[in-house]
Ligand binder design. Structure first.
Ligand code: UDP
Length: 485
């Protein structure tokens, strides 16, 4: 598409992990549905998943496509199959992976020169893309992939450093200049806040790149977190557009079933199982695409679920070296005892589809932002079990501000491998979120938010309007640039 065209051409460049690629693909679809040409950048590993996700919008005539960039893994000392974060098992490997990602700068520049997009929307984890966009004379928008609450929280912690003014890791502190008297402890912060590491430097680069970018796209909607949306844009001065929940662009069963990886269960079998259950009678348990729990913790969950007497769908990471049903964490005879009560999905679950089913009454989540938002959009209350990243902040939003969840009681940020939670806590939390007056009250509140979410993305809603305003602004920018050339 040449510069003379009125159609906006946008490059979408996600970080290579499902929690980042899934909402970015939804975003590319959304822009295409609003008349833009969307080009997604993918690694060869991700390309098939991306192509599958955009097949339907392509068939419907929307202008959306995928092009590939290749990670120079060998150059950073990583094996060829380490082309996505699920293969990254140590911090050293993550640093190597980030280095390989950074080396995509040349490929990105060539692609921008060749295909002449009008704008680059790239993941916050790709801070170096600001420089390339500036060199190529196009605006770069950042996608953090989390709530305004969490982005503002990170910013206030960085600006005011309350965690450096407490005596020990467990001493609580209130986040300064942040609405709602939100309390955290140092134990709940990412480790790069607690000690200077290479990752601290990386996060500083992310912040610096943000200052020189066109603005921030937020996968959220105004009414979900009005005080924090205001705080983010007015107090912290971030130019931002709230255009979510992005997942709501997936309207049909097929769209919901095929987000991210290939599901490890047939969608029809899964729906048939759920159809046989009463409304709000099943708990869904999933820790997202990255977090891992050890065998002892999985065992506690298994026992806790059984003694809760509640029905469940539980997503467990697949260990290809162990035969199904023979995992060391699985109590003897568990799956035959649970035959009608519980479904264990080993691998990838069609989460959006499951959450949308009326039988699901609660969700035990690691508090990844996509998962929280997906639950909010379908009115499912939460049991919060944060593990790493910004998940402890999201937990505060869910329980303290929105009051749509209860915490399982973890207190410590633990990079990828969860804190230990006893079976009694699992049993109690599952019962509390599914049955009783408290559960009903949380469900009422979450359902009201789900209504608001749908209203936000409908024509005339706040997210619809914010997206329209952004597209208009980018078009004006394009026009001004074209005149200069
Ligand atoms: N997801 C899924 N099936 C799974 C695990 C995850 O569909 O078995 C999707 C989930 O719906 C969400 C994303 O993967 O869209 C995970 O993102 P989130 O921010 O919740 O967590 P992360 O994986 O980034 O920690």
């Amino acid at each position: 598409m040449g510069r003379e065209s009125h159609q906006l051409h946008i490059f979408f460049f996600p970080f290579m992990a499902p929690g980042h690629t899934i909402p970015m693909i939804d975003m590319a679809k959304l822009f295409a549905m609003r008349g833009c040409k969307s080009t997604l950048l993918a690694t060869p590993h991700d390309e098939p998943t991306f192509l599958k996700s955009i097949a339907k919008p392509q068939d419907s005539g929307f202008d959306i496509d995928v092009i590939t960039v290749t990670l120079p893994l060998k150059d950073v000392g990583l094996p060829e199959d380490c082309d996505n974060p699920s293969k990254i098992t140590t911090e050293e490997m993550f640093k190597q992976f980030l280095r390989a990602v950074m080396m995509l700068d040349g490929q990105l520049k060539l692609l921008i020169e060749k295909l002449a997009p009008d704008c680059l929307i790239s993941d916050a984890f790709l801070p170096w893309t600001t420089e390339i966009a500036v060199k190529c004379g196009i605006p770069r928008l950042i996608f953090h992939g989390t709530s305004a609450f969490s982005s503002a929280c990170t910013e206030c912690l960085t600006l005011y450093e309350p965690h450096k003014k407490v005596l020990c890791d467990s001493e609580p502190f209130v986040i300064p200049n942040f609405p709602g008297e939100i309390t955290l402890s140092r134990m709940q912060l990412p480790d790069f806040f607690r000690e200077e590491t290479e990752i601290t430097k990386f996060y500083n680069e992310v912040r610096e790149s943000e200052k020189r970018s066109f603005g921030v796209i937020v996968n959220s909607f105004y009414k979900l977190e009005p005080a924090y949306a205001e705080h983010y844009s007015t107090f912290l001065g971030k130019r931002s557009w709230f255009i979510g929940p992005l997942s709501l662009c997936n309207k049909e069963v097929e769209d919901k079933a095929h987000r991210g990886n290939q599901p490890s269960i047939d969608q029809h079998d899964c729906l048939k199982w759920l159809d046989s259950k009463q409304p709000n009678s099943v708990i869904y348990i999933c820790f997202g695409s990255i977090a891992n729990l050890n065998a002892a913790q999985l065992h506690e969950i298994a026992v806790g679920l059984e003694s809760s007497g509640q029905q469940f769908i539980w997503v467990v990471k697949k260990d290809p070296s162990v035969e199904e049903g023979k995992e060391e964490w699985l109590p003897d005879g568990y799956e035959s005892r649970m035959r009608n009560k519980g479904l264990i999905i080993r691998g990838w679950a069609p989460q959006a589809l499951i959450l949308d089913h009326e039988a699901i009454g609660g969700f035990v989540t690691h508090c990844g932002w996509n998962s929280i938002l997906e639950a909010v959009t379908v009115g499912v209350p939460l049991v919060t079990w944060p593990v790493a990243a910004e998940q402890f902040y999201n937990e505060k939003l869910v329980n303290q501000v929105l009051k749509i969840g209860i915490n399982i009681g973890v207190k410590r940020w633990v990079n990828l491998f969860g804190d230990s939670v006893k079976r009694e806590r699992v049993e109690e939390a599952v019962k509390r979120v599914l049955v009783g007056e408290e559960a009903e009250e949380m469900r009422r509140r979450t359902k009201a938010l789900a209504e608001m979410a749908r209203g936000a993305v409908e024509e005339g809603g706040s997210s619809w309007s914010d997206l329209g305003a952004l597209i208009q602004e980018l078009k004006s920018h394009k026009l001004a640039r074209t005149k200069r050339i």
